[in-house]
Write a new protein. Structure first.
Ligand SMILES: [Zn+2]
Length: 449
């Protein structure tokens, strides 16, 4: 539109100039070097326009000729680059597909065509790794460290190599460097938290955790669980270094963060007991028991107060059952206390309740054998219960959700696979009931002579 208006204006100007020349006739005479030229003003104007047009065309032609070699050079370079990028892409696809030979072939091509080492360095490193040459890959990753634009990729490659060979101090140093380079990278925050926590640097782990949750949104439940586990780590660290008050402070925070995390309640209660604050310890256990009954909570609850008085212990254990009616662990705790106090009828009732609730584990059957032995001395029944115990499912334990490793004591990290906060209280895999005997309904009365 603008061009059209411009063209129309120019047309009007030319027409007006033409009319003006016609309206103002005149002659122009030129004397130069013995030459004399005489013409009308209109012809001269036309001559000037013609000379201007010819000059412009000549100038454009001259530009075209002088720039031609550069253009041809650029064209050839473009083609080389296109081929180079194509080889780079093919190489990346080969790396993703695990085709070591093709990756190496393409990296050579890309290298020759692109002549931009930073672009091909990553592919060369990945190709070397695919060919099992970690040393060559390391050299490439280290070369990347010198280029500010490639530095993060180099650090990341070296970090993955350090993790692969299990060198955690090297990996941690590299993760910290990666964090400085890319503070907004979720991957960096994640790996940094993991490594700081594994190394027991709980203060730094806590900072990394905040950053991690800022970058990768998680559910409230997940966030509270991870925070509580990290706080328990801080509490452990403080206690190990002799700072009991610090340990208590972190344990309190952990319980506030996730009241259902049994190890947090256990830890806080133990620390209160260490300080002689029995009432506070009892309150913590009772509160945790209401939502999450657990044999360790029951054991600590009973140990905290006059453990040698059998009858008092029985009434304390009864309170646990009142706090969480029908709890299998409450029945088992009561049965154990009843056995100690020689309250055979009570022991039988609560063991039966545990079995009825589906807890047909080694502990329950072993307690049955003990009951039959101490109450009636019936060797045949004792043997029968022990046989069941041998084939029964193992009791729940702390099982790593990642690798299935089993621990009797909860830990923030799995010692085997190093995963963080993954322990769950459940039947260890591979330790389920062996015999169909355990599936049969059991009535203790039926076993009585
Ligand atoms: Zn594990």
């Amino acid at each position: 539109m603008v061009r059209l208006i411009f063209f129309l204006c120019a047309l009007v100007a030319v027409a007006w100039a033409g009319v003006w020349v016609v309206d103002h006739p005149g002659r122009v005479a030129l004397n130069w070097g013995g030459w004399q030229v005489e013409m009308s003003a209109g012809v001269m104007a036309l001559g000037i326009i013609l000379v201007a047009i010819i000059s412009a065309i000549t100038y454009r032609f001259w530009l075209f000729i002088t720039r031609a070699p550069g253009r041809i050079g650029h064209l050839l370079q473009d083609r080389r680059s296109q081929k180079g990028y194509k080889a780079l892409t093919k190489g990346m696809v080969a790396v993703a597909a695990g085709d070591a030979a093709e990756a190496q072939n393409q990296v050579k091509k890309a290298d020759g065509l692109l002549r931009e080492p930073p672009l091909t360095l990553l592919l060369r490193a990945q190709s070397a790794q695919l060919n099992g040459d970690e040393n060559a890959a390391e050299t490439f990753f280290k070369t990347m460290l010198d280029d500010p634009e490639m530095e993060f990729l180099g650090v990341r490659g070296l970090l993955n190599q350090a993790l692969k060979r299990g060198d955690e101090s090297d990996a941690l140093a590299l993760a910290r460097r990666a964090q400085v380079l890319k503070p907004k990278s979720a991957w960096t925050a994640d790996i940094l938290f993991e490594l700081e926590a594994r190394g027991g640097h709980w203060d730094k782990a806590s900072v990394a955790l905040t950053q991690m949750h800022r970058l990768t949104p998680v559910t409230m439940g997940e966030s509270q669980h991870v925070r509580a586990v990290a706080l328990l780590g801080q509490s452990l660290e403080a206690e190990t270094s002799g700072d009991d008050q610090g340990a208590l402070k972190f344990a309190k925070k952990a319980v506030r963060e996730n009241g259902k995390l049994i190890p947090a309640a256990l830890r806080l209660a133990r620390l209160y007991l260490k300080e002689g604050q029995i009432r506070k310890a009892t309150n913590v256990i009772e509160k945790a028991w209401v939502t999450s009954p657990h044999p360790d909570l029951a054991a600590l609850y009973l140990d905290a107060n006059e453990p040698s008085d059998g009858l008092k212990q029985f009434s304390r254990a009864e309170k646990l059952l009142v706090l969480h009616p029908g709890s299998t662990d409450g029945h088992i705790a009561l049965a154990k206390v009843a056995l100690e106090a020689q309250l055979w009828g009570q022991a039988r009732t609560h063991l039966q309740a545990a079995i009825d609730s589906g807890r047909t584990t080694r502990t329950v059957y072993t307690l049955m054998a003990r009951l039959e032995d101490e109450d009636r001395g019936d060797k045949e029944l004792v043997r029968s219960w022990l046989t069941r115990a041998a084939a029964a499912a193992a009791d729940p334990a702390w099982v790593c959700g990642e690798c299935g490793h089993v621990e009797t004591e909860w830990k923030p990290h799995c010692p085997k696979c190093k995963s963080f906060g993954g322990f769950k209280w459940e039947t260890p895999p591979g330790y389920e009931a062996l015999s169909t005997l355990n599936a049969e309904p059991l009535r203790l009365e039926a076993q009585n002579p």
